[in-house]
Design a protein around this ligand. Structure first.
Ligand code: 3HC
Length: 294
């Protein structure tokens, strides 16, 4: 059965981005949030991104209108029941995710594929909450979703090849490049990225280099678009901390353990760009390194 209607659970940064690229690729897309105010925020973000794309002449005003016309917001979970593929992008909390998946499993037709955009939880831990583990997989997008070309497609021990083939085709329809990952915490990219980000914090914490030099080093030395501390601010220190803890619990390896400085910054509310302060302070015209007393 062809994938035509998409459901997205969650309209935060990732959910909004996923919904946007689905709508732009021609899919009828329904996004569900728990409260109208979160939907309004997410839709505002999508409108702004599409408006900017029109201003830069990347898309036409007609394409902008058509994409917005394919998007629908709802606060009722049952409004996703007619979808062929539902992608979950809510907070990294297994209980919250599984409550939604168990309910969707009951209300959706047999052909519906359920997928999670989790960064670090194992997919099987969610598939087990449903009676359709063969039609359950991971679809891990990257931030900012409209820009980043990659999607990790995660196959659990129970996912059918038919499900993977359908999701692979779907990713290509979004003009993304899929890669196949096994169902292990962090999959491929976060397995490599998270230790790198945590090590950058350790280098700063140990006073080996300044935040600016760490970032310049990785930007100019390795051609990374952002240095690791800037990337931490971009992804969110709280998000990275949660991913690291989940991976540490899974592997019990020191390289996934959040360094004390990261924990302290979270306690201080320094979440990165979203809170206006992380390794850099974003309150002025240009970001400046935050005084972390090192
Ligand atoms: N939404 C939509 N489009 C965006 C955007 C956003 N949030 N941010 C930037 N863009 C677009 C711009 O409009 C611009 O588009 P154009 O080329 O068509 O004009 C393009 O991206 C480049 O943006 P800018 O010129 O403003 O800025 P940069 O050249 O510095 O690029 C960046 C910004 C794309 C964010 C780049 O710095 C980058 O690639 N950074 C690294 C991002 C990264 O590593 N992401 C992965 C994070 S890890 C992850 O997501 C996994 C998760 O599990 C934690």
């Amino acid at each position: 059965m062809a994938i035509k209607k998409i459901g997205v659970l969650g309209c935060g940064l990732m959910g909004a981005g996923i919904a946007q690229v689905c709508a732009q690729a021609g899919f009828a897309t329904t996004v569900r949030e728990i409260e109208q105010k979160f939907l309004d925020k997410g839709f505002g973000f999508i409108e702004k991104t599409l408006r900017r794309a029109v201003e830069k002449e990347k898309i036409t005003p007609a394409q902008q209108r058509e994409a917005m016309g394919r998007l629908r917001g709802t606060i009722k979970l049952e409004d996703l029941s007619g979808c062929d593929l539902i992608i979950e992008a809510v907070v990294e909390n297994l209980e919250i995710k599984n409550e939604a998946f168990a309910a969707l499993d009951k209300m959706c037709p047999a052909h519906t594929i359920l997928a999670s955009n989790t960064s670090s939880l194992t997919i099987m831990a969610m598939a087990a909450a449903t009676k359709r583990p063969d039609r359950f997989c991971g679809l891990h997008f990257f931030n900012p979703v409209p820009v980043m070309a990659l999607v990790e497609v995660i196959k659990t021990i129970a996912t059918s090849q038919k499900t993977i083939d359908a999701c692979w085709k779907f990713c290509k329809q979004l003009s993304k490049t899929p890669i196949l990952a096994k169902d292990t915490s962090g999959f491929i990219v976060n397995r490599l990225l998270i230790p790198l980000l945590l090590d950058a914090v350790r280098v700063l914490e140990q006073g080996l280099a300044s935040a600016e030099d760490i970032d310049q080093g990785m930007k100019l030395g390795l051609n990374h678009p952002m240095g690791p501390l800037t990337l931490l601010d971009f992804v969110g220190l709280d998000t990275t901390y949660n991913i690291a803890n989940i991976m540490f619990n899974e592997f019990r390896e020191q390289r996934f353990a959040p360094p004390p400085l990261l924990t302290k910054m979270i306690l201080a509310g320094y979440y990165g760009r979203k809170s206006g302060k992380g390794f850099y302070d974003y309150s002025g015209e240009e970001p400046v390194p935050t005084d972390l007393g090192i």
